[in-house]
Structure formats: structure tokens, C-alpha cells
Design a protein around this ligand. Structure first.
Ligand code: KMH
Ligand code: ZN
Length: 286
């Protein structure tokens, strides 16, 4: 368990996403105020990173920088130095321009999806030229890439990006298990991702739907970090909706503590993930 990630556990909260709606759960935060409040509660429960998507007032996914900036500003006021991670994945079918414009915002990390795959009935398009374009933009702006990895072949793309010096030599991975069309949420799949990643690289695992806590536990015992939240799963237990993202974070933190992993705060997580301290970055709201 002692690799670059050490023994500490980093928890990412993904409060909103782009695919869930309030018909499925009334607890989904939509407005900048709601999202910032949810992130603040999640940070109190142990989250160190917030992976963010934005919505318009009617719930439609948006990547408008003014909406994202408003969310970030409110989070900075209410949740201190939590690490901000913006989605460049957006929603299936979004234009490249819409996905790219999130990088204009004051973010420290952005998701970088490592390949195309079926996503339910849709196709989540991430051709290599787009991945490189986003990676270059992140590099220029000093934004750390988090590699969203849904299939084993996508590990190859990560290696290409390292070879071309578009991302860090030891990049941060997020292995996403249990999407409809991606790798299954089973321990054997996680083992392969972990074994075949670039050695020494920090990694998170995300389980979709009912696999969320199973994947969190499997990640924790293997020395990885975890992502939980309503973007990926709306239930606390079978048939029981989570009433907040904080409930899911609390459960992941509890799993971590019981399995001997100290839950890291944002400052400690920055050191593990190679993200500069907030005071070292220009123009942050503090
Ligand atoms: N909404 C999904 C199509 C990301 O944030 O980069 C993709 C997604 C990944 O959520
Ligand atoms: Zn996302």
C-alpha cells in the first residue's frame, strides 16, 4: 500500500454531474448556491476534491464559464481550499468548444477523458486529437489533468500523452468502473487498471450506481483514492436515496478509517497529487 499515494486517503466528491436529474432525486444540487453548499458539507465530511459540472436553472447541463466561476467563487467562500476539478467531459453530445471553455475558469484540475466509449445508448466521443488538444490547453494554463479511464486500452493513450510530454510523468488516474458500456465494477477489473497504470502514479476509483461503495472499499484496500457523489450514484442504501453528497462522503471516510487509511485534507492531498498550494497560484480567490 506504500506507493506514491502513501497511506492517506483522498476523497473526491462529484456532487451534480450531467446525467442525473431532479426527477430521479430531489437532493441533486443545481444552482451555484446549492452546489457550493453541498461541497462545503462534503468537505466537512472528509472530501478534499470537488469534481464539478454546472447546470442552468432548469437543470440543463452547461459549461458556461460565468456559471462555473460563480460556483467556484461560492465554494472558495464556503469550503476553503478544497481542490477544484472541472469536467471537460461535460455531457454526451456536447460540442468541443463547450467542453473546452471550462479551461478558461480558475480551476486547478480538470478531467481528461482517455477515450471514446458507448455511454448507455449514446457515444461519449473522445478521439485522440481532441484528448491532445485538451491536454495541451491544460498544460498551457497550468491545470493538472485527471485521467478518466473507462477501459484498459485507454491506458495506452495515457502513455502516449506522457511520451509527448503533454501530461505529468506520473499522472493522476481515475478508474471509472460500472458505466453502461465500460469496464465492469469487479475487483478483477480494478486490479488490472492498477497493475497496468504508469507505476507510482496516484489513482482514484469511481464506481457507478450500486457499485459505488464496493469500488470505494476495493480502492481503499489497494491503496487508491476514491470518488463518490450523486453524479455517479443517488442511493445511500438499496432503495434509500442519499439526501446529500455528504452522506456518501461520510460513508467513504468511515470505510477508509476502519481500513486504516487517514483521510487527507486538501493541503495534504495537493502534495500527493502534485497540485500547487492555493496560495502559490496566481489570482485565486483565497
Ligand atoms: N458526463 C459524462 C459523459 C467527466 O466529467 O469528465 C462524462 C463525465 C466525465 O462526467
Ligand atoms: Zn464528471
Amino acid at each position: 500500500m506504500t506507493d506514491a499515494a502513501g497511506d492517506g486517503l483522498i476523497i473526491t466528491v462529484a456532487p451534480t454531474g450531467a446525467e442525473v436529474d431532479q426527477m430521479q432525486t430531489p437532493h441533486l444540487p443545481i444552482s451555484p448556491d446549492e452546489i457550493a453548499d453541498e461541497v462545503a458539507r462534503a468537505v466537512d465530511a472528509g472530501a478534499a476534491v470537488a469534481h464539478l459540472h454546472a447546470r442552468l436553472p432548469d437543470g440543463t447541463p452547461t459549461t458556461a464559464p460565468n456559471v462555473l466561476d460563480s460556483i467556484i467563487l461560492k465554494i472558495r467562500e464556503r469550503a476553503g481550499d478544497v481542490i477544484i476539478n472541472l469536467s471537460t467531459g461535460g455531457e454526451v453530445g456536447m460540442t468541443v468548444a463547450d467542453r473546452k471553455q471550462v479551461l478558461e475558469c480558475d480551476t486547478e484540475v480538470a478531467s481528461l477523458n482517455m477515450g471514446s466509449l458507448n455511454f448507455g445508448d449514446g457515444i461519449f466521443e473522445n478521439p485522440v486529437p481532441l484528448i491532445k488538444q485538451l491536454a495541451k490547453e491544460m498544460k498551457t494554463r497550468g491545470i493538472v489533468a485527471e485521467l478518466e479511464t473507462y477501459e484498459l486500452g485507454m491506458l495506452h493513450t495515457a502513455e502516449v500523452l506522457v511520451t509527448e510530454q503533454l501530461i505529468a510523468e506520473r499522472p493522476n488516474y481515475n478508474f471509472v468502473l460500472g458505466t453502461a458500456g465500460g469496464a465492469p465494477a469487479v475487483p478483477a477489473a480494478l486490479d488490472l487498471f492498477v497493475r497496468l497504470r504508469i507505476p507510482g502514479s496516484p489513482w482514484f476509483a469511481t464506481g457507478i450506481g450500486r457499485s459505488q461503495m464496493l469500488v470505494a472499499a476495493e480502492s481503499i484496500v489497494r491503496g487508491g483514492h476514491v470518488r463518490v457523489g450523486l453524479e455517479d450514484n443517488i442511493y445511500l442504501d438499496r432503495g434509500l436515496l442519499a439526501t446529500s453528497n455528504a452522506q456518501l462522503v461520510e460513508r467513504a471516510a468511515e470505510l477508509g478509517l476502519r481500513l486504516g487509511r487517514k483521510v487527507l485534507d486538501a493541503a495534504e492531498s495537493r502534495r500527493v497529487l502534485g497540485i500547487p498550494a492555493l496560495a502559490d497560484t496566481a489570482g485565486s480567490g483565497g
